[in-house]
Design a protein around this ligand. Structure first.
Ligand code: PLP
Length: 381
């Protein structure tokens, strides 16, 4: 087998912990039924898998009532549900220059089609937003503030509790994009003043692709407009989706194989310090790369998700990724679906960056192999 060093865990985690593969296989071979749809035994088993996973996600967020957690097909769908579900024509929204297209594009569509005004708080050279800058942009008609917990480009972490306090004071709802933070850093949504939190199951939580989640705070009740209408396995006589969560926002069959894998991933994470493994590998990468004069790091020296973003003087990031790929090192280059942030990262990041994102099982030898390949390239600068 040729060498394969996977450093693209910010896109999706790989490999998964062994119990994830076993849980998906076991569901597919032995359960196989839809959840919430039948009274026979395997349908009950499927429903129990979903309920167990919902409880685990709620526990991860510090939420006592698991029904406030809604499963979606991914983080993008969760963000779309939050944004299109909450914002009304004529509203004002505050967001930041560090957001992913999963936030920027729904907001741009509302700006174009629904007379919604969107303002973008600037970020610093690592992509962090100042909570005071958010506070000054909030107006009486600001319905939503949408902020990423950690940048998918630089890993920089935002001060969500301070932003939550500003939102609370002004009466605006806070939507947190936790795509790059959940599983890597603890969160207590109530203490942080979070109204809505969207996350994928397949990144830091180490579950399979195909499931995400939206937390909806109790004070928002069931006020969000559902994104999908359809069967929920309940109240079939009615042409309306039910009022109650989570069913109100979960029309159509859930992806039970992915949910089974996600539950197993969270149980495995409770037994092992996966987050620490990814952070240790990222720290080794960052500190070793800081020694290379031709490399500019865009990741802050501390308080970052396990993402290391960089530029190599004189090289296009896609070309650098190509050199790494030919050595079996898999990483991402370019704008990372977050174009606005690059204007703040300095001239070296103008055409995008190279992003290395280790995972819980990345070894020191794998980190060193990536650093040495980059050092050889940098030596020609
Ligand atoms: N938000 C951020 C910050 C991301 O990094 C990503 C994915 O890379 C998303 C949202 C979208 O996640 P998904 O592809 O799981 O829908």
């Amino acid at each position: 087998m040729p060498q394969r060093i996977y450093l693209d865990n910010a896109a999706t985690s790989w490999p998964k912990p062994e119990p994830v593969y076993q849980a998906v296989d076991q569901y597919q071979r032995q359960v196989g039924a839809a959840a919430g749809r039948g009274v026979y035994g395997s349908a009950g088993d499927a429903q129990r898998i979903v309920s167990r996973c919902r409880r685990l996600v709620a526990g991860q967020l510090g939420v006592a009532d698991p029904t406030r957690v809604v499963f979606t097909g991914g983080c993008t769908e969760a963000l779309n549900l939050a944004i299109f579900g909450l914002i009304l024509p004529g509203d004002h929204v505050v967001t930041t220059d560090a957001e992913h297209n999963a936030v920027l594009r729904p907001l741009a569509a509302l700006r174009r089609d629904a007379d919604v005004e969107v303002e973008y708080a600037p970020v610093d050279t690592f992509g962090r937003v100042d909570p005071a800058a958010i506070a000054t942009l909030i107006r009486p008609n600001t319905r939503l503030v949408a902020v990423t917990a950690a940048s998918n480009v630089t890993g920089a972490v935002n001060d969500v509790p301070a932003i939550g306090a500003a939102c609370r004071e002004a009466g605006a709802a806070l939507l947190v994009d936790a795509a790059q933070s959940l599983g890597h850093a603890p969160v207590d949504v109530a203490a942080a003043g979070v109204g809505l939190l969207a996350a994928p199951g397949h990144k830091g939580l180490l579950g399979p692709l195909g499931v995400g989640m939206l937390y909806i705070a109790p004070e928002l009740g069931n006020s969000l407009k559902p994104l999908h209408l359809g069967g929920t396995g309940s109240m079939s006589e009615s042409e309306q989706v039910p009022d109650e969560l989570p069913g109100r926002y979960e029309a159509g069959n859930l992806n039970v194989p992915a949910i089974a894998g996600l539950a197993a991933a969270m149980e495995a994470a409770a037994e092992a310090d996966f987050a620490n493994g990814a952070h240790a590998a990222a720290e080794r990468l960052r500190s070793r790369l800081a020694e290379l004069p031709a490399v500019t790091l865009h990741t802050p020296p501390s308080d970052a998700a396990p993402v290391v973003s960089l530029s190599v003087e004189g090289y296009d990031p896609h070309d650098v990724a190509g050199v790494l790929a030919s050595a079996g090192i898999e990483c991402r280059s370019g704008l990372h679906c977050a174009a606005r942030i690059h204007g703040s990262l300095g001239p070296a990041a103008g055409g995008g960056t190279l992003r290395l994102s280790p995972g819980y099982s990345t070894t020191a030898d794998e980190v060193d192999a990536a650093v040495e390949t980059l050092a050889q390239l940098a030596a020609f600068c």
